[in-house]
Design a protein around this ligand. Sequence first.
Ligand SMILES: [Zn+2]
Length: 317
Amino acid sequence: MRLLLFALDDVDRVFDHRDVAEWPPGSLTTAERLGLVRSASGGLTAACPHCEDRHVEIVAKRAGPDGHDRLWIYCPEDLRVEVTPEMCRGWQVHPQGSAAAVASALSFTATPVAIVPDRLWRLGRIPWQGKTREILLARRLQDSDAASVAAHVGAGGRSVVLVPHHVPDDRTWPGRVPATISLSRIASIADGQFVLDGAALLSMVTEADEVAEQRSLLPTDPEVKKRIVRQQVKAEIKGHLQDDVLVAARKTFGSTRKAAAELTKQLGRPVSKDQVQRAIDRSGGLEALIDQDDSGSVDRRVASQSRDRAKKISQRR
Ligand SMILES: [Zn+2]
């Protein structure tokens, strides 16, 4: 099982007749029946039965002395080595069939939907604390293009991603890291069936959620998450200078350049004259502001906003 899962995380791994001869009796038939492996596609090749390194060569067909066709491969040691048709067969993991086997082990009846062909499948949803969570299967997430596959999972961190063996680096994911569970820890073949240890899966997902929770400011619960996002957005808006402060500064200091310089000095962070100008434009332009005369309040307002920010920063710390 582990060997097949490792191969599922690999590219074009082919098992030849000598590999499968070392597998437990009957396991190849079982794996084929469960859809986990299939005959290797591609040209007729065979591994050299004589050499230690088992070099793989293209098979040539030639008539033997008796007139019947024989199969040969070229060998640098023995020049020409005869192989049997059985030796020319290879098996490889069947990604779509494996996805179907995983889905059926989770009691999903629908055929897995490939989101990224041969790489990512949507298997179904499981009930989770009164709601549901999507289960996906992804393979080869250690490859250099893994981020483009992971991008289809979504940034919410609610999904459960099953991988054959290799759990990718957290940076592979676009947003919050989803619970990523290695099948090599929970999959087995029992009584000729592909099975997953459901209890182990649930506890691993819970554990992964806890780890993600600790690492992230955003909890998994969508309602709590929305509330925290709103709070963050509000804090962010407060952090920006309000238009009335910018406009008042312009009136007090006589030009956008001087207003920007003075605000920069008082707030201890850069404020550009463009920012001041945009605030004036939003307030209806300089003409509209001339009649109003409340310039005296600017120093107090700037100073108090500066103090508020200092307080907020110390609270965050
Ligand atoms: Zn050889």
